[in-house]
Ligand binder design. Structure first.
Ligand code: HEM
Length: 400
C-alpha cells in the first residue's frame, strides 16, 4: 500500500461553496491515500472517511508534536505559535486546555448569551437604518463575532480592528514569500499584544478569559508562552472562523430554495438548522494540522508506518455518504451521528459552544427581524475570498 504513488493535492481556490472535487474522489475511491502538498517536504497520508477520521484523531499512537519537523504542508508558514496547544499531546494538552475550559463551558455561555444578543440587536438596529442594498458581511457577520470575542477575551473595542487585520494576514495561504513574512510578523505582533493585555489584566482583573489565563499562569498551571499561543488562537480564530462560517451559513440559507422561509416560519428549528449547516458548510480549504505516527498503525486497509505524517479532512468526513446519505443536501431534519465540524478527540475545538450560540442568536434574530432578507445580486456575482484557509464570501449584498 505504501508503494502507491502520491498524488499532488494542489488545494486550489474553489468557486463559492463548491465541495472540493479532490476530497470527493478521495472519499469515494481512496479514503486513505498518499498525497503530496504544495509546501514542505515529502509525502503524507490523507484520511477522509468519517470512521477513519474519528479513528486517527482519537488514537494516541498519532502525535501532534510536529514542531521543528519538515512536514509536507499547505501553506508556506506555520500558523499557530510554536508553543500552541495544537502541537501538544496529552497529558500536557489537557493541562493547557483546562486553563480556559470554564470560560467556554455551557454555564459560561448561558451567562454570556444575553450580552451577545444585545450586541447583535444594536447592530441589526443600525442595519435597518442603512440604505439598501447593504453588505451583511461588513455590517453583521464580521463585526458581530469580533465584538463577541472582544468581550470574551477582554480586548478593548479600540484594539479589535487590529486583531481582525492580524487574523486576515495570518490565517491565509500566504501565496508568496513576502506574504509568508508578513504572517510571521503578525505572529510576533499579536504575541506582544496579548502579553501587554495579560499584564494589564494582572493589575486590573476583570470577568474575561484573559484574566482567567493570567490567573492560570500565576498559579503555575501554564507558562507565559502557552498563554500567549492560546490567547492568539482564541483571539484570532474566535473572530475569523465564526465570521466566515456565519457568512457561509447565510449564503447557503439565502441561495437554497425554501430554507430561509422555513426558518422564519419555524423559529424553533434554528438549533437543528445550525447543526446541519455546521455539517454541510465546507469550512476550510484543504487540511489543517498533521499528526505523526509514533509506531506502525493500520488505518483501514493502509499501513501507516512509524514517522509518517497523516492529515485528516473533517470537511470530507462530514460529507461521507456512508454516514450522511445525500450529504450535499441541507436537511434540517437529518438524523445521524455527531458531525465533525469542530474536530474530534483531544484537539476538539475550544469554542464550539460559543460558535454555536453565536450562530443561533444570529439566525433567530435575522429571521425574526428581517424575514424578507434576500441577496440583491445573482449568486454568481458574490465575490469570494481567495488564498485563504477558511472559506467565505467577501461581501453579501442584501435587501429586505
Ligand atoms: C464555526 C466556528 C468554528 C469552527 C468550524 C471551528 C473548527 C475547529 C476545528 C476543526 C479545530 C481543529 C481540530 C483539530 O485540530 O483536530 C479547531 C480547533 C480550535 N479552535 Fe475552533 N472552530 C470554530 C470556532 C472557534 C472559536 C469561536 C474559538 C475560540 C474560542 C476557537 C478556538 C479553537 C482553538 C483554540 C483550537 C485548537 C484546539 C486544540 O488544538 O486543542 N474555534 N476548531
Amino acid at each position: 500500500m505504501n508503494s502507491e504513488p502520491a498524488t499532488l493535492y494542489h488545494v486550489d481556490d474553489l468557486p463559492a461553496l463548491d465541495f472540493d472535487p479532490f476530497l470527493r474522489t478521495s472519499l469515494r475511491e481512496a479514503p486513505v491515500r498518499r498525497i503530496r502538498l504544495p509546501h514542505g517536504e515529502g509525502e503524507c497520508w490523507l484520511v477522509t472517511s468519517y470512521d477513519l477520521v474519528r479513528f486517527v484523531t482519537s488514537d494516541r499512537r498519532f502525535s501532534r508534536d510536529i514542531t521543528g519537523r519538515p512536514v509536507p504542508k499547505m501553506t508556506r508558514h506555520a500558523i499557530p505559535l510554536d508553543r500552541a496547544v495544537s502541537f501538544v499531546d496529552p497529558p500536557g494538552h489537557a493541562r493547557v486546555r483546562a486553563a480556559v475550559a470554564p470560560a467556554f463551558s455551557s454555564t459560561a455561555m448561558d451567562r454570556l448569551r444575553p450580552r451577545v444578543q444585545e450586541l447583535l440587536d444594536a447592530m441589526v438596529g443600525r442595519l435597518l437604518h442603512r440604505q439598501q442594498p447593504a453588505d451583511l458581511v461588513r455590517d453583521i457577520t464580521s463585526p458581530f463575532p469580533l465584538a463577541v470575542i472582544g468581550l470574551v477575551m477582554g480586548m478593548p473595542e479600540s484594539d479589535q480592528a487590529q486583531v481582525r487585520e492580524w487574523a486576515d494576514t495570518l490565517l491565509s495561504r500566504a501565496s508568496d514569500e513576502q506574504a509568508a513574512q508578513r504572517a510571521e510578523r503578525v505572529k510576533q505582533d499579536s504575541r506582544a499584544y496579548f502579553l501587554r493585555l495579560a499584564l494589564l489584566r494582572r493589575d486590573d482583573p476583570r470577568d474575561d478569559t484573559m484574566t482567567t489565563l493570567v490567573r492560570a499562569m500565576d498559579r503555575g498551571t501554564i507558562d507565559e508562552e502557552e498563554l500567549l499561543a492560546l490567547a492568539t488562537l482564541i483571539g484570532l480564530n474566535g473572530w475569523h472562523a465564526v465570521c466566515n462560517n456565519a457568512s457561509n451559513m447565510l449564503y447557503a440559507l439565502l441561495t437554497t430554495e425554501g430554507l430561509w422561509d422555513r426558518l422564519c416560519a419555524e423559529p424553533h428549528t434554528v438549533p437543528q438548522a445550525v447543526d446541519e449547516l455546521l455539517r454541510w458548510v465546507p469550512h476550510k480549504h484543504g487540511v489543517g494540522q498533521p499528526r505523526i505516527a509514533t509506531e506502525n498503525v493500520r488505518v483501514g486497509e493502509a499501513l501507516v508506518r512509524e514517522g509518517e505524517y497523516v492529515y485528516v479532512s473533517y470537511v470530507a468526513a462530514n460529507w461521507d455518504e456512508r454516514v450522511y446519505p445525500q450529504a450535499g443536501d441541507i436537511d434540517f431534519d437529518r438524523e445521524g451521528p455527531r458531525h465533525l465540524a469542530f474536530g474530534n478527540g483531544p484537539h476538539f475545538c475550544v469554542g464550539p459552544l460559543l460558535a454555536r450560540m453565536e450562530a443561533e442568536v444570529l439566525l433567530s434574530t435575522l429571521t425574526a427581524r428581517l424575514p424578507t432578507l434576500r441577496l440583491s445580486v445573482p449568486r454568481d456575482r458574490i465575490p469570494w475570498q481567495t488564498d485563504i484557509l477558511i472559506r467565505g464570501p467577501r461581501t453579501l449584498p442584501v435587501t429586505w
